[in-house]
Design a protein around this ligand. Sequence first.
Ligand code: ATP
Ligand code: MG
Length: 607
Amino acid sequence: MSTPDKNASPSAAPSTNFLKNIIEADLEARRFAGRHWGGQPGPASLHESGAPDPASIRTRFPPEPNGYLHIGHAKSICLNFGLAREFGGVCHMRFDDTNPEKEDQEYVDSILDAIQWLGFSWEANGSTHLYHASNYFDFMYAAAELLIGRGLAYVDEQSPEQMRANRGTLTEAGKNSPWRDRGVDENLRLFREMREGRHAEGSMILRARIDMASPNINLRDPAIYRIRFAEHHNTGTKWCIYPMYTFAHPIEDALERITHSICTLEFEDQRPFYDWLLAQLRDAGMFADPLPRQYEFARLNLTYVITSKRKLMQLVTEGHVDGWDDPRMPTIVGLRRRGYTAASLQMLAERTGASKSNSWIDFSVLEGCLREDLEEKAARAMAVLDPLRLQITNWEALFGAGHAEPCSAPAHPHHPDMGQREFRLTPELWIEREDFQEIPEKGFRRLYPPHVNAAGAAVEGNLARLKYGYVIRCTGCEKDAEGRVTRVLAEIVPDTKSGTPGADSVKVKGVITWVSASEGLPAEIRLYDRLFTDPQPDAGGRDFLEALNPDAKRVVQTWVEPSLATAAPGTSFQFERHGYFVADRVDHAEGRPVFNRTTTLKDSWTR
Ligand code: ATP
Ligand code: MG
């Protein structure tokens, strides 16, 4: 497997986060001292009438409610809410719903649920900081009229094609629109007509009036309002003009008195417009210093994962996965169902820090975070994934018919407070098929029967310990007509029970896990693996569907330790030697256990 980011190993020291340095410097310089907060979003007049801001900084998480959140959003959530928590600030939860697209309540609910599950809250200082950008349309409209009044915006009637042609290129200045020098009154009249629905979609647009020759194309009179006869989930048909994202976002931040507006690097070129716009609106009296500032960080790229909403949607709608919460999906609901814990995602966000340069984080870093979290927290249990019957042939002679031998194991090897697991050894067991070899390969230390080796010498049947039970000696096996082993035969070596005096008098080189055939719990186990076989499935415009891993989900019907009968949905376990598993949140029920493999154990059991 490739390791694009060797420094990001789970044991590496927490990586640096340049945003923390910026905030520390801002607080040190008392850049926000004396700021007031009006109790709700609004213009300067509202905030100035309010009390001193109880929040040292304000950040925000601004998703569009048009899909399920994924691991990249988890990073942004941990960053924004985490910085606010660390520095005594507040993070606003803001639905960026200025697009008149159908907002789906399903997405809204799942976004709020994801944030709470990750351990964050938009409640602070006795108030709820849950906002909708569409509630700011009146302010945005007023801001546009302010710009027009100051000669800083104009209604352009060029066709979209003309506008594109006149925008220029990276090396060539743009050309002024013939409508650029209209008077304020005419611009105001036309803009109001646009709002009244008197002009067709695409026939005119409101543009900021900045500089068509700017080396930054984003400053070449960007569009700020467009006509769209679309119904909005919140404002209905009140509006037929809608603000462009680049115009709306800085205003949303300023209304909410955000101090640090953190976004991904693609927005770096937008920052000059962000600053230009807020400075104009401050000069016009709408906002006051200190204005919000935008900071860009490199988005999270994880190998074997795609985070494009469109492509995730395609996986769901084309049935490549079983829904948004399929445990193979990188959505927060999918990761959660797979068994990833909130703590492991927080750890990933902390370790990957915030940087200015794009890089790829290896998926194993996330797995490492999970193992580190669950190593301490998850109760242990035994499960057999590839079952083969084992029959103990001297059971009756040793214990008498009908006997079952009680065994006990700690729920966690280092945390006695987590209690003991009780189960019973019986004459018929399930063991892993890979724990038996009729003719052992070199170095094989688990069960094999008496045989003659390649050199012609007679070899005794091997000894191995049934974990938490007795040492057994393999005496033979039974096979079906195809020659496939159907049953392993073995004898208990008396006086070797784990935890009894003298148990170690017989030395063994292999320990095997097992589940009682008569008392084990039948369970469905879903063995998940990476969804893609390529570390960068959609790099270079490749068709990511070609890299789908056909073995990313394998379902086995098998047996687990009886103590798991009472496992609550969503509880994680370490299945000894196999990895971390979680009782499925959706399908697991008493009497019908279903476990998902979250990840394997780092170190392989095989020895
Ligand atoms: P869209 O293309 O629909 O805008 P988006 O991924 O930008 O998709 P938003 O709902 O706008 O989705 O994102 C909310 C926030 O999450 C934004 O601030 C965005 O920068 C951040 N975000 C999205 N993807 C990542 C990522 N991979 N790493 C870090 N932050 C991300
Ligand atoms: Mg976005």
